[in-house]
Design a protein around this ligand. Structure first.
Ligand SMILES: Cc1cc2nc3c(=O)[nH]c(=O)nc-3n(C[C@H](O)[C@H](O)[C@H](O)COP(=O)(O)O)c2cc1C
Length: 151
């Protein structure tokens, strides 16, 4: 199974957010990495069928909530339904960043990016973003992805 070898690379569980003029959405992402040092770039891997994929392409920006270790329920909530027809933010505690993207309460870290490039990677696309804003809560620990916790 290809999944087994992909699962040994450690990553935090994140909720990537994006918006258009009508809607804010978020989706769970575990495939995220550092991509450049100066300026700081990160890359997130998103399948084209995700609603968030089209929102990032349209708005050319995205937010990343790196969940803390008590927030697995948020990883499940944002990872198993599409925002195409639902509002995943009902009953979620958050405030908005300067640009209007949601920052969850009690999150380990928040990063906001300007889209730099989209690179195809087979059945996913890599969204490369330049870090414009960041905040880390040192009192918390990140939620580390383990596939058996979700699938
Ligand atoms: C723990 C977890 C990790 C996930 N990681 C990714 C990922 O890295 N890339 C991706 O395209 N989808 C990933 N998904 C699936 C999306 O989060 C899921 O398809 C989501 O419903 C898409 O939402 P949207 O259509 O509102 O954008 C993950 C799901 C879970 C539960």
């Amino acid at each position: 199974m290809p999944g087994e070898i992909l699962d040994i690379i450690t990553s935090p569980v994140c909720v990537v957010t994006a918006q258009n003029s009508d809607k804010i959405n978020g989706m769970t992402v575990a495939w995220i990495m550092q991509a450049a040092y100066n300026p700081a770039f990160i890359a997130v891997s998103i399948a084209p069928e995700r609603f968030t994929h089209s929102l990032i392409k349209e708005s050319k920006s995205f937010g990343v909530n790196i969940l803390s270790d008590g927030q697995r329920h948020l990883g499940k909530h944002f990872g198993f339904s599409s925002g195409r027809n639902t509002d995943k933010f009902t009953d979620i505690d958050f405030h908005k960043s300067k640009s209007g993207l949601p920052i969850f309460d009690n999150v380990y870290a928040y990063i906001e990016c300007r889209l730099i490039n989209i690179l195809n990677a087979g059945d996913h696309d890599l969204f490369v973003g330049e870090v414009l804003e960041k905040n880390i809560d040192d009192t918390k620990n990140p939620l580390i992805f383990k596939s058996s916790d979700y699938f």
